[in-house]
Design a protein. Structure first.
Length: 118
């Protein structure tokens, strides 16, 4: 069973930066992809970014391109999301997720709140 634990959320002003981290319990992620999603009250969870554990094939939703960067550290077994130039519309609960490369997102963390104040 894959377990994911997010950290790094908080309150930041417009234009500021935060770095989210996701610690994964699984030690063999070679066939996995990792992702970040976010959700606000009353809305569906939306995709933010993903990366293959190999470090290739990164993807971003259009609204965060050029501002957010996803990365992974194979030695620490973590996936990070560096968020720069934060906007009020980035306010959400952010979730880390994992899936087999060709599969559905099956494993989720508990979420971490990101609040951007104007």
């Amino acid at each position: 069973q894959v377990q994911l634990v997010e950290s790094g959320g908080g309150l930041v002003q417009v234009g500021g930066s935060l770095r989210l981290s996701c610690a994964a319990s699984e030690r063999s992620f070679d066939t996995y992809k990792m992702g970040w999603f976010r959700q606000t009250p009353g809305k569906e969870r939306e995709f933010v970014a993903s990366i293959r554990w190999s470090g290739t094939t990164m993807a971003y939703t259009d609204s965060v391109k050029g501002r957010f960067t996803i990365s992974r550290d194979t030695a620490e077994n973590t996936v990070s999301l560096q968020m720069n130039g934060l906007k009020p519309e980035d306010t959400a609960v952010y979730y880390c997720a994992a899936a087999r490369i060709s599969g559905q997102w099956a494993y989720w963390g508990q979420g971490t709140q990101v609040t951007v104040s104007s």
